[in-house]
Design a protein around this ligand. Structure first.
Ligand SMILES: [Zn+2]
Length: 278
């Protein structure tokens, strides 16, 4: 691991900094529900984790536990660098301030970044009421809120990486991500007996580790059940390692209620077949 994840980590810092530089947007970047539910942190973490995984996928870099830890740390620092972006791009208009001529100053000319953060953590209203003495929100509350936000970023990143790892299987032997060979979609109007028989057939073949029979079965089902108005859907993602052809099948089962599809996570299935040596 070590340096291999560095580009993914750097992307995260950049993401945070650029977000902080966007005027108007940056005021919403520390948005907490009731000051403790870190919405912005979570959203940032999810986005950061997604971008990091995208890089790893392109570079065929495995997201190991150690790598995951580094990427989460990077996302937390990236989220903190939003504040640095804000600091670098905010200007303040001063009138009648003692010892300073009236005018608009970049924030970075007026105070150090450390002081800026100290002010930030002292009060959330500092931007609106600069110097007007509305510092009563409470330093402790703002600080707790800030750290809740940072842990939100960590959680969001962890969630995104764990989900992506499940969706994109990796071949350790060849150090490559498996690429999609085909996706099969089996769709029909829900009938309990039909659904049971169909998923039972899949489970039987997985239990018997019969890869060829499983693929043939899924392919045949996808040809038979093509009712695009059906309210039950089984999607099977067939992925192969470009190096050794190790195969993974990821199955997802969904029911439709109204217009929305809901996954039945207990019915999810997965099968990996080591490549046959010819
Ligand atoms: Zn392989």
């Amino acid at each position: 691991m070590t340096l291999k994840g560095l580009p993914a980590a750097l992307i995260t810092f950049l993401l945070g900094f650029v977000l902080g530089c966007i005027p108007g947007l940056n005021a919403h970047l520390h948005w907490n529900l009731w000051y403790v539910v870190p919405i912005s942190g979570l959203v940032f973490g999810l986005a950061a984790g997604g971008v990091q995984f995208w890089y790893c996928y392109k570079a065929n870099e495995e997201v190991s536990k150690a790598m995951m830890l580094c990427l989460i740390l990077a996302a937390v620092v990236g989220y903190a660098s939003v504040d640095y972006g804000i600091y670098r791009t905010t200007s303040i208009t001063l009138e009648g301030a003692e010892g300073i001529e009236d005018g608009t100053y970049p924030l970075s000319a007026l105070m150090s970044f450390t002081d800026f953060m100290r002010l930030n953590l002292g009060s959330s209203s500092v931007k609106k009421d600069y110097g007007a003495g509305e510092m009563e929100m409470g330093a402790a509350a703002t600080t707790i809120s800030y750290f809740a936000d940072l842990s939100g970023a960590a959680l969001g990143t962890l969630g995104a990486l764990v989900l992506a790892k499940k969706k994109y299987p990796y071949c350790r032997q060849c150090r490559k991500y498996k690429r999609r060979e085909r996706e099969y979609v089996i769709q029909f109007a829900f009938e309990e007996s039909l659904a049971d028989a169909l998923l039972g057939g899949v489970r039987e073949r997985i239990a018997a580790a019969d890869y060829l029979s499983l693929i043939a079965y899924v392919r045949q089902l996808a040809q038979t059940h093509t009712n695009s108005k059906g309210d039950m859907r089984v999607s099977v993602d067939h992925r192969l390692c470009p190096g050794c052809s190790e195969a993974t099948l990821l199955g997802k089962v969904e029911r439709r209620k109204g217009r929305e599809w809901h996954e039945i996570s207990t019915a999810r299935f997965e099968f990996t077949q080591k490549a046959q040596v010819a």
